[in-house]
Design a protein around this ligand. Structure first.
Ligand SMILES: CC(C)(COP(=O)(O)OP(=O)(O)OC[C@H]1O[C@@H](n2cnc3c(N)ncnc32)[C@H](O)[C@@H]1OP(=O)(O)O)[C@@H](O)C(=O)NCCC(=O)NCCS
Length: 169
């Protein structure tokens, strides 16, 4: 049976091992890692998926901000990485983790989530798209079609600026 628990319930070493298995150990150079530099995962929006005693998936979320030219900052949550143990992929675990996160985020009134990922997966299933991210810059290379957001309400509509870690949060 699959259980989705707070990530604090998982061994941090096993979480890192799982991320290496899903993304490769060269993952730290990715733009998403620059966006979360110096921050900690948001405990109430980061999860471990556990089958029996085995950690099979993780989802971490991070505090970031969009800073415009005048220095005004709007906070967002960066979702990801979502990672599932290679031998357990395509069995619904990623879906369960994302659904859990989105339900908690909606319940908490979080109106601005973003991620860097495949639109084929995150748009179709979870409503993340690039419609509002055209004016967003990131501290590193990114395929624009993979810079995705799920916005609720008007706060972030039409905004432009640079995305950055938000260690204050
Ligand atoms: C991407 C990932 C998180 C998906 O988790 P998963 O448990 O394997 O996926 P699920 O079984 O929940 O799949 C749900 C649906 O998404 C589809 N899907 C999974 N990965 C996909 C991808 N990269 N692109 C498009 N569709 C995908 C599945 O086919 C399934 O659709 P269906 O029900 O219509 O067949 C997982 O495969 C993984 O860890 N991959 C390596 C790391 C990675 O790329 N993470 C994402 C970037 S943050």
């Amino acid at each position: 049976m699959l259980r989705i628990l707070p990530i604090a319930d998982a061994d941090p070493v096993l979480v890192e091992d799982l991320l290496d298995a899903a993304f490769g150990s060269d993952r730290h150079g990715r733009t998403a890692y620059r966006l979360r530099a110096g921050t900690l995962p948001i405990p109430q929006h980061s999860y471990a998926a556990i089958e029996g005693d085995t950690l099979v998936g993780t989802l971490q979320s991070w505090p970031i901000k969009l800073v415009d030219k005048k220095g005004n900052a709007e906070s967002l949550i960066m979702v990801g990485p979502v990672a599932v143990l290679p031998q357990r992929q395509r069995a619904g675990i990623g879906l369960a983790l994302m659904k859990h996160m989105l339900e908690d985020a909606d319940r908490a009134g979080e109106d601005a989530l973003m991620l860097i990922g495949d639109p084929e997966y995150y748009d179709r299933l979870f409503g993340f798209n690039a419609d509002e991210t055209g004016g967003w810059e990131v501290p590193g290379p990114v395929e624009r079609r993979r810079l995705l957001a799920r916005l609720r309400g008007p706060r972030m509509k039409g905004r432009s600026g640079m995305l950055a870690p938000d260690p204050q949060k």
